[in-house]
Design a protein around this ligand. Structure first.
Ligand SMILES: Cc1cc2nc3c(=O)[nH]c(=O)nc-3n(C[C@H](O)[C@H](O)[C@H](O)COP(=O)(O)OP(=O)(O)OC[C@H]3O[C@@H](n4cnc5c(N)ncnc54)[C@H](O)[C@@H]3O)c2cc1C
Length: 467
């Protein structure tokens, strides 16, 4: 289906938007809208026609009704930290920014739930839960600034994903404004509910293409009583990957099993100075949490398995501060890599854990083959690797080699039974790889769903796949 959009008359749309939003929440001046032209994804940007800053469900609903009448494209946006270009505006579109729609509505201790608006920062949710003796486990590296609406829209993961799962595992329900402007509530505070199709799963991870989250009901867990953090140091990358496989096969499911390669270790050390061993080829950050006796036993076994699989050193953090410092080092990996080259392209492939060692080696070989600098880090316990190209988008010849290298990595990932994105989403950046990753029929079913919920294609069209 081809639907064409004409470039809107700015004076006309400003006047129309002013019927929905107060003047101080409509941005049209170049200097005001430029910050909304890009997100965290390298080499992608596009100015919108206007930006609106919504703070209520009614505003969102009226905006989408107007967009349907005028066939204006709406691009939802939280904090713009996305790494797949999901909130990059389309030409002539209106960006619907939700970061000021940010009230915490209810902490229900009897049901262990938290009801929030979509613009609340992930860190605020974690801190609120922590203050109540509870935990909200999903912890993307961007959690200080990312919004919960963005997290739900991308189904974001984090460092605790191995044991605790990802954002969708903590979403019990939400209010969603459909493309038609109708407001729907999905889910409830019940732990069990099988009434009808699971519409939750359709909308979570839909990257702003099917509806706008305007309230989100999260579930919280009791805070684990104890935690132990270990750092294992390796002279060979494959040994770190083998350790991960050995820990999972034992079987132990630690809350964190993260890895940094030599390039990333050096960048993190330059940036955060936490005492990581620069001479190492790889380090594994391992964390166990739960009952103190279980934590002590798991930590001991993980240290043993690391030594058995070639670790040259295993350190156990002696204090809570040291644990926090090591976790912060891992969290800073992307920012640390981003400092050393003009353009940082962070990829997000995931393979079955049994394929990790081979995949990590393959990525190293791709770097050599295409003469590129690639740092690799990631949620190794989840099989989720972030090969990070340190490049310069102004160097077209080098960017061409980056594209070839990434195509090699995608092909190998799919061959090993993996996926092109484990947590960042498809957006614009991974769109061309979606059919290869999930299959053509899957994409066609997704396209049909899109047309069902958004027949006029006003909601973030062209993201994930062409409509
Ligand atoms: C330094 C850094 C570290 C990161 N670490 C991680 C990580 O560990 N794990 C991980 O998964 N990701 C990570 N990310 C990626 C990113 O932070 C996440 O995808 C995050 O969820 C995006 O949130 P946001 O509020 O910035 O959303 P945006 O980037 O603004 O939007 C993301 C997508 O959600 C849509 N959207 C936003 N809000 C809504 C809403 N209310 N309703 C409907 N659609 C909406 C947008 O249209 C877009 O498609 C990282 C990014 C950076 C820059």
């Amino acid at each position: 289906m081809v639907i064409s959009f004409s470039m809107p008359d700015l004076t006309k749309i400003s006047a129309q938007l002013a019927r929905i939003f107060p003047p101080d929440r409509i941005l049209t001046a170049a200097e005001d809208i430029i910050p909304y032209s890009f997100d965290g994804t390298a080499a992608l940007s596009q100015r919108p026609a206007a930006v609106v800053l919504a703070t209520t469900t009614d505003e969102v609903s009226r905006l989408l009704k107007w967009a349907n009448e005028t066939r204006t494209v709406i691009v939802p946006r939280g904090s713009g930290t996305g790494l797949a270009g999901g909130s990059i505006p389309s030409p002539g579109s209106v960006v619907l920014c939700l970061s000021r729609f940010d009230k915490v509505l209810e902490l229900d201790r009897r049901n262990l739930t938290l009801l929030v608006e979509p613009g609340v920062a992930t860190q605020t949710i974690f801190d609120l839960a922590d203050g109540a003796g509870l935990i909200y486990p999903p912890d993307p590296g961007s959690m200080k600034i990312s919004t919960i609406g963005g997290n739900v829209s991308c189904n974001s993961g984090g460092l605790r994903g191995l044991k605790y799962g990802v954002t969708k595992d903590y979403v019990m329900g939400f209010e969603i404004v459909l493309a038609s402007g109708d407001v729907m509530w999905i889910g409830n505070k019940c732990v069990k509910d099988v009434a009808g199709y699971s519409l939750r799963e359709v909308f979570i991870g839909s990257e702003g293409t099917l509806g706008i989250f305007t309230k989100i009901l999260l579930c919280l867990l009791p805070k684990p009583a104890a935690k132990k953090t270990l750092l294992a140091v390796y002279a060979r990358m494959e040994d770190a990957a083998e350790t991960v496989s050995a820990i999972i096969a034992h079987p132990i499911i630690p809350c964190t099993l993260e890895f940094l390669d030599k390039t990333t270790i050096a960048c993190v050390e330059d940036y955060a100075k936490v005492g990581l061993p620069r001479e190492a080829e790889a380090v594994l950050l391992m964390e166990s949490d739960g009952h103190p006796a279980v934590v002590a036993e798991e930590a001991e076994i993980m240290a043993l398995l690391a030594n058995k699989n070639g670790a040259i050193d295993v350190r156990v953090a002696q204090t809570a501060e040291e644990s926090l410092r090591l976790a912060a080092a891992r969290r800073s990996a992307f920012s640390a890599l981003a400092r050393v080259a003009p353009t940082t392209i962070l990829e997000d492939v995931t393979v079955p854990r049994s394929e990790l060692a081979g995949m990590v080696k393959f990525i190293q070989e791709v770097g050599v083959k295409h003469q590129l600098r690639i740092g690799v880090f990631g949620h190794m316990g989840d099989g989720n690797l972030h090969p990070t190209f340190l490049t310069n988008e102004k160097n077209t010849e080098e960017m061409h080699r980056v594209e070839l290298a990434f195509q090699d990595i995608v092909t190998e990932t799919v061959r090993r039974g993996g996926t092109v994105t484990g947590e960042h989403g498809v957006g614009l950046a991974k769109k061309k790889f979606l059919p290869e990753s999930v299959g053509g029929l899957n994409v066609e079913v997704m396209r049909n769903l899109k047309r069902l919920f958004d027949p006029n294609l006003i909601l973030n069209p062209g993201k994930m796949f062409d409509c």
